[in-house]
Design a protein around this ligand. Structure first.
Ligand SMILES: [Zn+2]
Ligand SMILES: [Zn+2]
Ligand SMILES: [Zn+2]
Length: 155
């Protein structure tokens, strides 16, 4: 995982390159994001930032998220049926399992799956640059809850 200092440096360079005004609030937002879990909504981030500085507005948070995406510190994940989630780009590739009931997200990284995808691309003569692999279904907890319900259909 890239350190916060490195991320701040990358942000500062991007800000200078694009002639934006530097802002300590942007650093605060980045810092708060690194302290939160791996997948956060803009609202969760805004709330956490406001706990530290209640003068920061929603527009600033949204704008900063856009800047963080431009300098590839953050990626936006749009999973089906949920709000956009923001995640720090880490050096380690991973894919996601998304529960359609409780919206929990699990990360996985499976060599066999990765290799199989590369093989498919190769077969099509396709130059693969990146992929998103998202699996939708019920997490273990929600399956248990479902089978505990008396109305559940018998198998
Ligand atoms: Zn993958
Ligand atoms: Zn679930
Ligand atoms: Zn993730």
């Amino acid at each position: 995982m890239t350190s916060l200092d490195e991320l701040k440096k990358r942000l500062r360079e991007h800000v200078q390159r694009n002639g934006l005004k530097s802002s300590t609030r942007r650093d605060l937002i980045l810092e708060t994001l690194t302290n939160l879990g791996p997948h956060v909504t803009a609202d969760q981030l805004l709330r956490a930032v406001r706990e530290r500085d209640d003068r920061v507005g929603a527009a600033t948070v949204y704008r900063t998220l856009r800047i963080l995406q431009e300098c590839e510190i953050v990626v936006e994940r749009r999973f089906e049926g949920g709000a956009s989630l923001y995640e720090l780009v880490d050096d380690h590739h991973h894919d996601h399992l998304i529960c359609i009931e409780c919206k929990s997200i699990n990360e996985f990284d499976d060599d066999a799956v990765e290799r199989a995808q590369e093989k498919v691309a190769l077969k099509f003569g396709f130059e693969l640059h990146y992929h998103r692999h998202e699996l939708y279904g019920l997490c273990a907890k929600c399956q248990k809850k479902r089978s505990a319900k008396p109305t559940a259909t018998a198998r």
